[in-house]
Design a protein around this ligand. Structure first.
Ligand code: G3H
Length: 214
């Protein structure tokens, strides 16, 4: 199970979380990555933790003010990127373009989706993985794997039907090792989480609990 911690725009210390994630990954052998604000990618990557972007633009180099280029995040140490997060939705053509841009920059990709139907559509675009996240459970206290296990199973089936090589992650409300274990039992290859770590008083303790569920 891959644990991807999205820091969103939370007012946490990205270096504290990155250092904790690096240490827990090294001690446990688990794969843990941190996805900070674009401006923090280089210094988070410098900690040695696996670092992901929260978004990349479909654009390549050129006259595109405000674009976050796949090439730029890769040059600054990112190894992968989220695309179409629930809080940063894109048009279908732009999701496709962002996946292509990430491929050009050798970034691993996870395309987010609200439900199994969107998971199938996202899988057809050829990302490395898709993540199903019911928007109403994001930021809450109950894990998707407990509140709506059927959506995870249906997402796994939807991706499998389109492209069996595309992994399925789940996210929303994941904060404990039991949540991670339940997600794995439902067929998820990893979890995408944010508030459980980014808002924790002791992010390292939460990460240690999370890897216990792998
Ligand atoms: O990117 C992470 C997901 O939106 C889940 O967020 P959450 O763990 O705060 O529910």
């Amino acid at each position: 199970m891959f644990i991807l911690v999205n820091l969103k725009a939370y007012p946490c210390d990205p270096i504290e979380v990155a250092t904790a994630a690096r240490d827990v990954a090294e001690a446990s052998g688990a794969r843990i990555a941190v996805s900070p604000q674009a401006a923090d990618i280089a210094r988070v990557a410098d900690t040695g933790v696996e670092t992901w972007a929260q978004h990349v633009s479909p654009n390549a180099h050129g006259s595109h003010t405000g674009s976050t280029l796949a090439e730029a995040v890769a040059d600054n140490g990112a190894e992968g990127t989220l695309i179409n997060h629930s809080e940063n939705r894109l048009k279908l053509a732009d999701i496709d373009g962002s996946v292509r841009a990430a491929d050009r920059a050798d970034l691993e990709t996870i395309v987010c989706a609200n439900n199994p139907a969107q998971v199938g559509a996202a899988a057809a675009l050829g990302p490395d993985a898709v993540a199903v996240e019911p928007p109403e459970l994001i930021g809450g206290d109950i894990s998707v794997s407990t509140a709506d296990p059927g959506i995870v199973e249906d997402a796994v089936s939807a991706a499998e039907a389109v492209d069996p090589t595309v992994d399925v992650f789940c996210g929303a409300g994941v904060s404990t090792g039991d949540d991670v274990a339940a997600a794995g039992d439902l067929g998820a290859a990893g979890v995408l989480l944010a508030s459980g770590v980014a808002k924790a008083d002791d992010p390292e303790a939460v990460l240690e609990d999370l890897v216990g569920g792998i």
